[in-house]
Design a binder for this molecule. Structure first.
Ligand SMILES: [Zn+2]
Ligand SMILES: [Zn+2]
Length: 466
C-alpha cells in the first residue's frame, strides 16, 4: 500500500512539474519511469572528500552574498540574448576571483576557467541567465518591475523560471572553489549561458542557433576540453533544499511545428463553392492527437503533441483562404521523435488533400531530450546523496519540459538534477509552477545548490585521480 501512495504522489509531482520550454507530463506514466530509474536510487552515499567540510563552511560563509546576488539579478531580469547587466556582474565576479574570463560568447555568455593547483581533468558547471516575458506578481521587496522587448514587442520581464538563482548559485560555487584552488586536482570551467528559454531577438526557424548550442559552436566544451558537465534547475514541485534526479531520459526533446492550410475563400452561406481551411484545420488538430493516442508506442516512452495556436478568418460569414497553426512536440526517444515528425506531415497533408485543400508542414527541432547517462549518473549520485542527506533526495519523475543542457550532454558525460525551492509545509501540488507570475523561491534552498555543484566538481576531479 505504501508503494501505491508513493507512486501516486510521484505522478502528482510529475503533473505539477513545469519548466522552461515545457509543461506537465502525461498522467499515468509514473509506474514505468519509476521502474526504469530504480537503479540510481540505491542508497550508496559517497564518503566525504578531503574538501567537503571546507566546501560546506565556505558556502555558509558566503550565503548572505549568494542571496544578495540572487535578489539583485531577480530585480533586474533580462530576456534571452539581452543578459548584458547580468553577464557584466558575472564576469566582474569571476575576474575578481582571478579567473581567465571570456565574455560575449553566444552573444552574452560568460565562461570562466579556474585552474587548480594540481594537474587533472576538466569539469564544467553550467548556469543559464535569461528571464521570461512574464509580469511578476510576487510580493517581495526585490520584485521585478523590468521591461524588455520580446520579438519586437514591449513586455514585462521576470525571472519566473529561477535562472536568477542558477546564476547566483554558480557565482557562489565559483567563489567556493576558487577559495580552495591550490588543492583542486584539475580545472573547473564555469559556463554562464544566455537564452535557454529561446532568444528574445529572433524566432527559431531551423537555421539559427542560440544558447547552449551556440556556446558549443563557439568552443565552450573545448580548450580545455571538458570531461564532464553538471547543471541544475530549481523547481516548485519539490520541497526547498531537496535534490531530485533520474538516470536515462529525464526531460523531453522539444520540437516546434507550423502547419498552414490553404483553402479557397468563399461566402459563408455557400461553403460548397470554396474549400474551408477552418474545418480542414480542425480535422488536422484532431488527427494529430491520434498520432499519440493510436499510433505511437507510449509503453516505450510517453510523447505529447499540442497545437498551441490556430488562426484563421476575419469575419463570421466568410470562409477564409487560409488557416495557420503552430504547436509543440515532446518526446524522449530519438526514433519515436523522427516517426512522429513523419506522421504529423502525413496526417496533415492527407487530411487536407481529402478535402481538396493543401497543408504545408514545417517541423523544427529545438532541444534534444536531457538524458543522464546511467554509468555516469550512478557514479555521481552518491555525491548528491551525501550533500542532500538522508531523506532529502528522491527519484525525479520524468519531466515533459525541455532544457538545452541536453546539447552539452552530447559533448561530454553530463548530469542534470533538480533542487526544490517551495517552502517546507506548503502543498506542493498547489505551489505556483516555474513560469508562473507567482513563482516563488525559498532562498534557504540555494546553499544546497552551491554545495551540490561544488561537491560534484571536486568529487569528479578526485575520482579521475584514483
Ligand atoms: Zn523555464
Ligand atoms: Zn529553466
Amino acid at each position: 500500500m505504501k508503494m501505491l501512495s508513493t507512486e501516486s504522489r510521484k505522478i502528482r509531482l510529475a503533473i505539477a512539474a513545469a519548466f522552461c520550454l515545457g509543461m506537465p507530463l502525461l498522467p499515468g506514466a509514473g509506474t514505468a519511469m519509476a521502474a526504469q530509474a530504480a537503479p540510481s536510487q540505491a542508497s550508496e552515499v559517497a564518503p566525504p572528500s578531503a574538501l567537503s567540510a571546507k566546501i560546506d563552511s565556505k558556502a555558509k560563509e558566503i550565503e548572505n552574498k549568494l542571496i544578495a546576488w540572487r535578489r539583485d539579478i531577480h530585480e533586474h531580469p533580462e530576456l534571452g540574448n539581452q543578459e548584458k547587466r547580468t553577464a557584466k556582474l558575472v564576469a566582474e565576479h569571476l575576474r575578481s576571483l582571478g579567473m581567465d574570463v571570456k565574455t560575449g560568447v553566444a552573444v552574452t555568455g560568460v565562461v570562466g576557467v579556474l585552474k587548480g593547483g594540481k594537474p587533472g581533468p576538466v569539469v564544467a558547471l553550467r548556469a543559464d541567465m535569461d528571464a521570461l516575458p512574464v509580469k511578476e506578481q510576487v510580493d517581495v521587496p526585490f520584485a521585478s518591475k523590468a521591461k524588455g522587448t520580446f520579438l519586437g514587442k514591449p513586455v514585462d520581464v521576470m525571472h519566473a523560471c529561477g535562472h536568477d538563482t542558477h546564476t547566483a548559485m554558480l557565482m557562489a560555487t565559483a567563489e567556493v572553489l576558487a577559495s580552495m584552488k591550490d588543492e583542486l586536482p584539475g580545472t573547473v570551467k564555469f559556463i554562464f549561458q544566455p537564452a535557454e528559454e529561446t532568444p528574445a531577438d529572433f524566432e527559431p526557424d531551423g537555421t539559427n542557433t542560440w544558447g547552449a548550442k551556440q556556446m558549443i559552436a563557439e568552443g565552450v566544451m573545448d580548450n580545455p576540453k571538458v570531461d564532464a558537465v553538471f547543471g541544475l534547475h530549481v523547481s516548485s514541485s519539490y520541497e526547498a533544499g531537496k535534490l531530485y534526479w533520474r538516470t536515462g531520459p529525464a526531460m523531453a526533446a522539444a520540437d516546434q511545428f507550423w502547419i498552414d492550410v490553404q483553402g479557397r475563400q468563399t461566402h459563408g452561406a455557400r461553403p460548397w463553392q470554396g474549400v474551408d481551411p477552418i474545418v480542414v484545420g480542425s480535422q488536422i488538430v484532431m488527427g494529430l492527437q491520434t498520432i499519440i493516442s493510436r499510433q505511437s508506442n507510449i509503453a516505450l516512452e510517453p510523447a505529447v503533441i499540442t497545437v498551441g495556436t490556430f488562426h484563421a478568418g476575419n469575419r463570421m460569414n466568410i470562409v477564409p483562404d487560409e488557416a495557420a497553426m503552430t504547436g509543440t512536440i515532446r518526446t524522449y526517444d530519438e526514433g519515436m521523435k523522427k516517426d512522429i515528425h513523419e506522421r504529423i506531415k502525413n496526417t496533415a497533408e492527407s487530411i487536407a488533400s481529402s478535402a481538396d485543400a493543401k497543408a504545408k508542414v514545417k517541423v523544427v527541432e529545438l532541444y534534444n531530450a536531457v538524458v543522464n547517462p546511467p554509468d555516469f549518473t550512478d557514479k555521481m549520485a552518491p555525491t548528491l546523496r551525501r550533500v542532500a542527506g538522508e531523506g532529502n533526495y528522491d527519484l525525479q519523475p520524468k519531466s515533459s519540459a525541455s532544457e538545452d543542457f541536453s546539447f552539452y550532454q552530447q559533448k561530454a558525460p553530463g548530469m542534470f538534477f533538480y533542487l526544490g525551492v517551495t517552502p517546507k509545509g506548503e502543498d506542493l501540488s498547489k505551489a505556483a509552477a516555474n513560469h508562473s507570475p507567482h513563482f516563488f523561491v525559498d532562498e534557504s534552498a540555494l546553499i544546497t545548490g552551491v554545495r551540490a555543484m561544488s561537491n560534484l566538481a571536486v568529487d569528479f576531479l578526485n575520482m579521475k585521480q584514483s
